[in-house]
Design a protein around this ligand. Structure first.
Ligand SMILES: *[C@@H]1O[C@H](CO)[C@@H](O)[C@H](O)[C@H]1NC(C)=O
Ligand SMILES: [Ca+2]
Ligand SMILES: [Ca+2]
Length: 384
């Protein structure tokens, strides 16, 4: 893992440099898929953590397992809006250009209780609860959108891993009959995940779908490596798991969700999740059976949207389920690992099988994995 990660960092650094050019360049870090193990049972849950790239002999070889109105963040008390969050004085116009869509909010320095002593899914390593201190940072108020990612790709010619592999995992419930009829493989631990040829960020359900009418939705089918490349280009970085969870909690102590302990306060939906019987029936009671435009649900106490639900979000940390109770300052997770941590759950999460739309909940994927419910957002220290 380590040498490959190093390669990725070098390559994305290169992306950052070429993004200053006015000409379009194709930047394709030479990433080869890592051979991985046999399908493994994912324990409880949606099986989303079991998606991974496998021996690259084509698609078959891999295994795995509008009713709301957006609010202007600048009107929110907690939304200490900072357009200057990433602006480095005297820096190239490259940085300026990346700023165009940078709506970030200050997450103040502080301490919080990370994890939980009442884990919803104990085998995910949600506990034990431990005290964590963090420096202040700025965070994107919403998940990176298709529009944002398109801007990045237009500027750099970046090619995602799903595009290079030629496929990505798509939830069966979203696929057309034509696409489904062309697929013979499924994920053993989670048969509703199908590897779809030609599925990538531009074509979320395969070749017969397009993002044209979804530019405000979170970008999907981006691997951890792709997310790293984007954040670096934007002059930002991925949040650590601690930073992400602290931000998710929005200043509340020891609560399940970014807004409190009740899933639907006053009968309202606070996140884009799944209502109905998974995986067969999604009633879309919250207004959406797939992703929603970012900022379609209420903000949390820090002015952040969709921290739980809509798209899962990559974090910078390696995955590990064992945590000490020691008090920590700006923890960055394990030094090495196989998978990266993702947080927040998605529009596919329901309590019956994927109770992971809680701030303490967590899951994992290999850094080259991508799927139709996984995206990211970035943070920055700049402007402080
Ligand atoms: C990216 O380039 C395409 C093709 O020129 C253009 O239609 C699109 O608006 C651009 N997207 C952004 C976000 O600039
Ligand atoms: Ca929904
Ligand atoms: Ca999310």
């Amino acid at each position: 893992m380590f040498p490959r990660s190093t390669l990725v960092i070098l390559c994305v650094y290169y992306v950052g440099i070429v993004s200053c050019d006015t000409t379009q360049q194709s930047v394709e870090p030479d990433l080869t898929p890592s051979p991985t193990a046999e399908p493994e049972s994912s324990g409880s849950g949606c099986g989303c953590q079991s998606l991974k790239r496998d021996v690259p002999s084509g698609v078959a070889a891999r295994t795995a397992k509008e009713p709301h109105t957006p609010r202007d963040p600048r009107e929110l008390p907690a939304g200490k809006y900072s357009a200057a969050a990433n602006r480095d004085e005297g820096q190239s116009e490259c940085r300026e250009r990346a700023d165009i869509s940078a709506e970030m909010v200050l997450i103040p320095a502080g301490q919080f209780l990370m994890g939980t002593d009442n884990p919803g899914i104990p085998q995910d390593g949600e506990g034990p609860q431990r005290r964590v201190h963090l420096d202040a940072f700025y965070m994107d108020i919403h998940e990176v959108r298709n529009l944002d990612f398109q801007k990045f790709v237009n500027a750099t010619g970046y090619v995602t891993e799903a595009e290079k592999f030629g496929d990505s995992f798509v939830f069966e419930g979203l696929l057309s009959e034509k696409i489904k009829s062309e697929i013979s493989q499924a994920v053993a631990a989670a048969p509703w995940w199908l590897p779809v040829k030609g599925a990538n960020w531009k074509h979320p359900e395969g070749p017969d779908s397009h993002i044209a009418d979804r530019l405000e939705h979170p970008v999907l089918h981006v691997s951890w490596n792709d997310a790293m490349a984007y954040c670096l280009w934007a002059g930002k970085r991925l949040p650590t798991e601690a930073e992400w969870e602290y931000a998710c909690r929005g200043g509340l102590q020891d609560r399940l969700f970014p807004w409190g302990n009740k899933l639907n306060p006053k009968g309202q939906h606070y996140a884009n999740l799944w209502q109905g019987q998974f995986p067969k029936e999604n009633t879309g009671e919250d207004g959406y059976v797939k992703t929603s435009p970012v900022m379609s649900f209420p903000v949390n106490g820090y002015g952040l949207y969709d921290m739980v639900g809509n798209a899962w979000e990559w974090t910078a940390d390696w995955w590990n389920v064992h945590h000490a109770t020691d008090e920590l300052h700006n923890p960055t997770g394990p030094a090495t690992g196989r998978d990266r941590v993702k947080k927040g759950g998605s529009y596919m999460c329901h309590k019956s099988y994927c109770y992971r739309y809680r701030c303490a909940a967590r899951s994992q994927n290999t850094p080259d994995s991508s799927s139709s419910n996984l995206g990211f957002r970035c943070i920055s220290k700049k402007g402080l």
